[in-house]
Design a protein around this ligand. Structure first.
Ligand SMILES: NC(=O)c1ccc[n+]([C@@H]2O[C@H](COP(=O)([O-])OP(=O)(O)OC[C@H]3O[C@@H](n4cnc5c(N)ncnc54)[C@H](O)[C@@H]3O)[C@@H](O)[C@H]2O)c1
Length: 319
């Protein structure tokens, strides 16, 4: 091996050793930072009055709850869904409770050209989009234990690829206006990959990584007023089929289901405070940090002990 290669290997090892020595100190500073942030609430929530938000998958569940929460905060809402009656129902609920403009759009988020057209329409109807909520998602395969290739592909298209298309379509306006919010609804399954939910876990892990990389790119481009926030909830009372199944196999005894309204309130509050990642429930954040300190084999065993057999039953019930 050449001397240059040996030297660069040595440099890398020294850097890791320094980081290891400093990590207790860094950990302490991070904890104090978090504590002071909570106690003195340094980042008060910003206002979105008069801004225009696109909420994908806004025709049902969590997307609908987020659309209603943003409307409550004075934001005009483009409710986007592949299911137009669902989106129209959300618009009706917005108009009953808030004095903002809202419109329903039938769009398939996995289709880039439909998104380009959507951006033009929303800009004309409501104004330039400065808030993007990437919420639309597919939660279950038709055959959970043995999905068809086309079902796997569709989940990847909606849960992962669509986030690249929405970013390409909506981010340039935010960059030109030098402000905006990009919120992505990922899942705890993206951090704690779960058995028998391979595609879902992989798409959610991918979208979390996408947003982490994007946040760094915006920081390098000095776009400090474009906030990227990823929400990672556990099971919600949002999608009825999923909620029923989780109750049947008693996954909810591991942690109770969170209502869509409570999740939406927490996500919008966090987004307006400039939080980067929101884990729901907050306890999951500690669990994740503790778990990643363990060897990978132990991490796998811990997930299997907590949820493995329940998830297998869950998929068997759905077969
Ligand atoms: N429900 C949960 O337990 C849970 C847990 C963690 C994360 N999440 C995530 O939260 C988000 C919302 O979940 P939910 O439970 O409200 O789901 P939901 O099924 O109730 O609603 C999803 C909405 O997205 C729409 N949609 C699906 N494919 C679309 C497409 N191609 N184009 C446009 N719209 C499309 C659907 O029509 C539906 O209105 C998803 O991204 C999901 O992965 C949900």
């Amino acid at each position: 091996m050449s001397i240059t290669k040996t030297l660069s290997k040595l440099r890398a090892h020294v850097a890791v050793a320094i980081l290891a020595v400093l990590s207790p100190l860094l950990l302490l500073v991070a904890l104090m930072w978090k504590l002071f942030g909570q106690l003195f609430c340094c980042c008060s929530p910003k206002s979105v009055v008069g801004e225009v938000a696109v909420v994908t998958g806004g025709g049902h569940g969590l997307g609908r709850a987020i659309a209603l929460e943003l409307a409550d905060k004075g934001c005009h809402i483009a409710v986007v869904d592949i299911n137009l009656p669902g989106a129209e129902n959300t618009v009706k609920q917005i108009q009953e409770k808030a004095k903002v403009r809202a419109k329903a759009y039938k769009v398939d988020v996995s289709n880039y050209l439909e998104l380009v057209e959507l951006n033009n329409q929303v800009a004309g109807d409501l104004g330039p989009v400065t808030v993007l909520i990437n919420n639309a998602g597919i939660l279950l395969h038709r055959k959970s234990l043995d999905p068809e290739p086309s079902d796997v592909q569709q989940m990847i298209d909606v849960n992962l690829a669509a986030h690249f298309w929405t970013r390409m379509v909506f981010l340039p306006t935010m960059k030109a206006m030098r402000r905006g919010y990009l919120v992505t609804i990922s899942s705890l399954a993206g951090l704690f990959a779960v058995p028998y939910n391979t595609t879902y876990s992989a798409t959610k892990a991918g979208t979390t990584a996408h947003m982490r990389a994007l946040r760094m790119e915006l920081s390098l481009e000095r776009q400090k007023d474009i906030h990227v926030c990823t929400a990672m909830p556990t099971f919600l009372e949002a999608n009825e089929e999923l909620a029923t199944l989780t109750n049947q196999v008693k996954i909810s005894s591991v942690y109770p289901l969170i209502s869509a309204k409570a999740a939406a309130r927490r996500i919008v509050h966090g987004m307006l405070r400039g939080e980067r990642e929101i884990l729901l429930p907050g306890l999951a954040s500690f669990l994740y940090r503790l778990l990643t300190l363990l060897p990978v084999g132990w991490q796998d065993k811990a997930i299997i002990i907590i949820s493995g057999s329940k998830l297998e039953q869950f998929c068997t019930l759905r077969k």
